[in-house]
Design a protein around this ligand. Structure first.
Ligand code: BGC
Length: 266
């Protein structure tokens, strides 16, 4: 069965590159009108929006820093004024500022928590308010709205030298599950995706050359992921094919979370 998101509007944060860009493209290919949010990658976001429009889809690029309450409110207002409704939120913006904890500045801690965790809270809250206003329209979707939060295998796997990042992703797990418990009754579906090592800008150093060989030891399935591996799951999770999927995290990691170092150890 082909998945159709026709007549639906999707907002993707952090859509100028990597997983966000691939997911925005895939959502548009499935028929959704897409708002591509970016913070600094204006050119790339505008280019992708134009590419979607050239292919017959609907897309706009909108600048906003998800860690700012006012900018998130403006982002949602712009989404509504462009497309009139919202059906899908992919809360995807994320960043890393790596440092050993002993040397980590408060700024490095705060920045990562503000974007990765507070940013998702602000977007989720705005989406919930909009979904509640809209209610369910069965001809569009069985759900009143769908939220997908982008997490990481590091919501589960501790990560030395990145305590800020791992803490933000660990926090996302309980943010997602608490919200899912809270709003299920309104038929708002809330889920998360936990990618493993995906070839994107955030981890270019780790996914090329010798470092890639080392990384592969941590991936039982034996390959590094592509952004499309995640984008495909985003489309499915956003669709009614996944209508009974609620409050869960889908690990898409080639088995990275299977404790691969125990294959010949322990
Ligand atoms: C990080 C990547 C890393 C992967 C697996 C992701 O959350 O953003 O940099 O390669 O986790 O460790």
């Amino acid at each position: 069965m082909l998945i159709s998101l026709q007549s639906q509007v999707a907002l993707v944060t952090g859509a100028s590159s990597g997983i966000g860009a691939a997911s925005a493209k895939a959502l548009a290919e499935a028929g959704a009108a897409v708002v591509l949010n970016y913070r600094s990658g204006r050119e790339a976001a505008e280019r992708l929006a134009a590419e979607i429009r050239d292919g017959g889809g609907q897309a706009i690029a909108v600048k906003a820093d998800v860690s700012s309450e006012a900018e998130v409110e403006a982002l949602f207002a712009e989404t509504l004024s462009a497309f009139g409704r919202l059906d899908i939120l992919l809360a995807n913006s994320g960043m890393q500022r790596d440092a050993p904890t002993v040397d980590m500045s408060l700024d490095e801690w705060n920045q990562v928590l503000q974007v990765n965790l507070t940013g998702q809270f602000l977007c989720v809250r705005a989406a919930l308010r909009q979904f509640a206003k809209q209610g369910i329209r069965e001809e569009i979707s069985r759900a009143a709205g769908k939220i997908i939060q982008m997490s990481s295998v590091h919501q589960l796997i501790p990560w030395a030298g990145r305590a800020n990042y791992a803490a933000s992703k660990g926090g996302l797990d309980l943010l997602m599950r608490s919200v899912a418990q809270e709003v299920g009754e309104q038929r708002i579906r809330v889920n998360a995706i936990a990618p493993g090592a995906i070839r994107t800008a955030i981890n270019r150093d780790a996914t090329e050359g010798e470092a890639a060989e080392k990384l592969l030891e941590l991936i039982p399935y034996g390959r590094i992921g592509d952004a499309e591996d995640i984008a495909n799951a985003v489309v499915w999770l956003a669709s009614d094919m996944a209508d009974y999927v609620h409050g869960t995290t889908l690990f898409i990691d080639g088995g990275m979370s299977l404790y691969p170092e125990f294959r010949d150890n322990g």
